[in-house]
Write a protein that binds this ligand. Structure first.
Ligand code: MG
Length: 399
């Protein structure tokens, strides 16, 4: 590795040269002192900025802890190597902080938003979301990004004085952007803060590379099949230039590392150029500048190819489809059972039932569960004879 002015032989970490002023935020970065505050007035904290407090509130809430038993793509039935929704979230926060710090953006705010970004995911990942969305189609559907806002504004009970976590408006707006962005683009809609764009980019960087890694470990893919993709081929060539005789597992790990490193490095460099070219000089100007953070066009196209490939080869793999059908049925049956027996819902869902109806109360209850809790609850209802078992495993549980 070429590092100028560095004593040879020192470990690389010792060769790292700190930015002369790493704490200096760019003029277009979000500043804690300019936060628009919280819905319920609170005194400032003597040692933590508002966004540090937001990060800590998210980290300490129950919905965050439940991410450890929620599916990213693969469930615990198929192994223990793969990412969970929690480890994915931590990986997104790590990538996002690296990009944010290099671009002199507000790292505390980035970390808070990254930790929040997937908190609204129901059990069983996108299968759970699709199933709940279909079950609630006539009442507005279900969307995990919107559910995250519902959790932090209403469902979490942490403080005696207010519902939810009372996060800053900036963090809520950042998550609201994620919830709304799939709607048709509107030219008058302001662009989100650069910090929000960083979390978006970090999410894509993390899940594409890590889903490929998990699928390889599980044997759903192999390195040669992935080598049809230019992005993968380039990474394999780079690794083989450095090490000529790596075993497959080592090769895979190095390829994933190289992929992530390339995406993070290019995203920092290209975003920096775009920011410069945009001429923005204040945070207000960011709103009119469009999306500036992300990889360059060439890399973005290659990533889109990787995403299509993963969609066809992994997310639609027969093993995954089979499991999806099963968990989707569990969720449907639980939904219908609780909709017909509202008295069986935990009492804390009763106010939601009274104010917003049974569909909303049941979907909040289901979305709050972990994969394991749904499985146990389904089997409990099979055991008590309320639900009929379908598979041999379920029949084992019936009386
Ligand atoms: Mg995510």
């Amino acid at each position: 590795m070429d590092v100028v002015g560095v004593t040879k032989g020192l470990p690389v970490d010792y060769q790292f040269r700190e930015d002369p002023d790493p704490f200096l935020l760019a003029p277009w970065a979000l500043r804690a002192a300019r936060s628009r505050g919280r819905r319920y007035l609170e005194s400032p904290h003597p040692y933590r900025s508002p966004f540090q407090r937001d990060r800590d509130r998210i980290l300490h809430c129950a919905a965050f802890r439940r991410l450890s038993e929620k599916t990213q793509v693969f469930t615990t039935e198929v192994g223990d190597y793969h990412r969970t929704r929690l480890t994915h979230t931590l990986e997104v926060a790590s990538v996002a902080r690296t990009i944010g710090r290099a671009l002199r953006l507000n790292e505390d705010f980035i970390e808070a938003l990254a930790l929040l970004h997937d908190i609204g995911h129901p059990p069983f990942g996108h299968t759970g979301e699709k199933t709940l969305n279909a079950l609630r189609a006539s009442e507005g559907g279900f969307q995990h990004n919107a559910q995250a806002l519902r959790i932090v504004e209403k469902l979490e009970r942490r403080y005696p004085d207010f519902p939810g976590l009372n996060l800053t408006r900036e963090v809520l707006d950042g998550q609201a952007y994620r919830a709304e962005k799939k709607k048709p683009p509107c030219p008058t809609t302001p662009s989100p803060l650069l910090e929000v764009q960083v979390v978006d980019a970090a999410d894509s960087i993390s899940y594409l590379s890590h889903d490929a890694d998990d699928a390889l470990e599980m044997g759903l893919l192999d390195l040669d099949r992935l080598a049809v993709l230019p992005i993968w081929r380039t990474a394999m060539e780079q690794v083989r230039e450095k090490w000529t005789d790596l075993e497959e597992a080592d090769l895979r790990r190095e390829v994933i590392r190289s992929l992530i490193n390339r995406q993070v490095t290019e995203s920092i460099e290209v975003s920096r150029e775009r920011i410069e070219a945009s001429g923005i000089d204040t945070i207000e100007a960011v709103a009119r500048a469009g999306i500036l953070i992300g990889p360059g066009e060439g890399l973005a196209e290659q990533l889109a190819e990787l995403e299509t490939f993963l969609f066809q080869q992994v997310y639609r793999h027969p093993r995954i489809i089979r499991y999806r059908k099963e968990v989707s049925r569990w969720l449907e049956e639980l939904f219908h059972f609780y909709r017909d027996h509202p008295d069986r819902l935990p009492s804390r869902y009763l106010p939601i039932l009274q104010e917003e109806g049974i569909g909303r109360a049941v979907s909040d209850w289901i979305a709050n569960q972990t994969d394991r809790a749904v499985r146990l609850e389904y089997l409990r209802l099979v055991r008590e004879g309320t639900l009929s078992p379908r598979t041999p495993m379920e029949k084992n549980y019936s009386g």
